[in-house]
Write a protein that binds this ligand. Structure first.
Ligand code: NAD
Length: 328
């Protein structure tokens, strides 16, 4: 197999590229570098700089590299931005995927992995979210991921592709500081940012129906997520008949915002910055924790890293880009 990894210069993509390359898979990257960084990639991995919207470039890339499988991570991923710019999100995440699938089918690609998200579930009202929990996204970002799944499965069924849709829960951590996520879009970097400014972390609501009143989430270490991609890619490659595998990728364990804040205070050396509690944010479900039963049953895969390892490695990455943070 030769795998084309779209979005491979991004945060998650660069971990997937390294995990697959180190395991001996032949990989190349297509990335428009809008948020990706070339330096995240190993020097011997080819990078095609361009967009999934560029059909001509895709056709040439598939032909020249002899691509037989695609791991599609390229997307826009900010929920708030998707509310303000839905057309851009549908264009990049849904139209970009359509063009990519058309090119893949035309080139005879037979395996296709798609980065989906727990955002497809919206506000699930269950203890553990299974793959059968209804998908009711509550923002354009989640809608584009759900529409993406529909596209991938429909194209797979019609064109004899083996497909997988991987629904990631909250991704955190890094295998090395220089591969860390540099965006400030979720609770961990948001708390790091406050602490770096000498301010206490913020908690949005402590009156939820959860053990300590704060929201509960399932955090998955990006290294575990990358190993899941390798396992799924190998399953698809070995599968004699086309078919789809749609799975949650999380840990099955919930961590509350308050627990996370305490851990971050400890790891950053600023436990005295007691979090301040503000009002709830719109669209925050009380609890989103994924059942991992299906992927464990199908592939024998489960996450190995705990939340402490995630936060420690995320902090090392944060300090690389914010050296002033260490002084607190
Ligand atoms: N980070 C998370 O917590 C999380 C959770 C669930 C799902 N996801 C999904 O995982 C994937 C990767 O996310 P990430 O956190 O690494 O984000 P990221 O922004 O770091 O990576 C996205 C990469 O795709 C590239 N890209 C974007 N649009 C492109 C296009 N049209 N053509 C070519 N390249 C393009 C960017 O330059 C970037 O390198 C996305 O599909 C995202 O929706 C992320």
């Amino acid at each position: 197999m030769t795998w084309l990894i779209t979005g491979g210069a991004g945060y998650i993509g660069s971990h997937v590229v390294r995990a697959m390359a180190e395991a001996g898979e032949s990989v190349a990257v297509l990335d428009d570098l809008t948020s990706g960084v070339r330096a995240r990639l190993p020097e011997d991995v080819p990078l095609v700089s361009g967009s999934t919207l560029d059909r001509g470039l895709l056709d040439r890339t598939f032909a020249e590299l002899g691509v037989t499988g695609v791991v599609h991570l390229a997307a826009k991923k900010q929920v708030g931005e998707s509310v303000e710019q839905p057309l851009r999100y549908y264009r990049e995440n849904v139209h970009g995927l359509t063009v990519l699938l058309e090119a893949a089918v035309a080139a005879g690609v037979s395996r296709f992995l798609f980065s989906s998200s727990a955002a497809v579930y919206g506000m699930p009202d269950v203890e553990l979210v299974t793959e059968d929990t209804p998908c009711l996204p509550i923002n354009p970002y989640g809608e584009t991921k759900l529409a993406g799944e529909w596209l991938v499965r429909a194209a797979g069924a019609a064109h004899s592709l083996s497909t997988a849709c991987l629904r990631y829960f909250n991704v955190a951590g890094a295998t090395r500081p220089d591969l860390a996520d540099t965006g400030v879009f979720n609770i961990i970097p948001m708390m790091f940012e406050r602490i770096t400014e000498g301010e206490p972390p913020r908690i949005f609501g402590d009156d939820y129906d959860t053990p300590d009143g704060t929201c509960v989430r399932d955090y998955i270490h990006v290294e575990d997520l990358a190993s899941a991609h390798l396992a799924v890619a190998r399953r698809l490659a070995a599968q004699p008949e086309p078919g789809d595998l749609t799975v949650n990728i999380g840990t099955g364990r919930g961590v509350s915002v308050r627990e996370m804040s305490d851990l971050i205070g400890e790891i950053t050396g600023r436990p005295e910055l007691t979090p301040v509690v503000g009002p709830r944010r719109a669209g925050d479900p009380a609890r989103v924790v994924g059942s991992t039963e299906l992927i464990t049953k199908e592939l024998g895969w489960s996450a190995r890293h705990d939340v402490r390892a995630m936060v420690e490695s995320a902090w090392e990455g944060w300090c690389l880009h914010h050296p002033e943070a260490r002084r607190g």
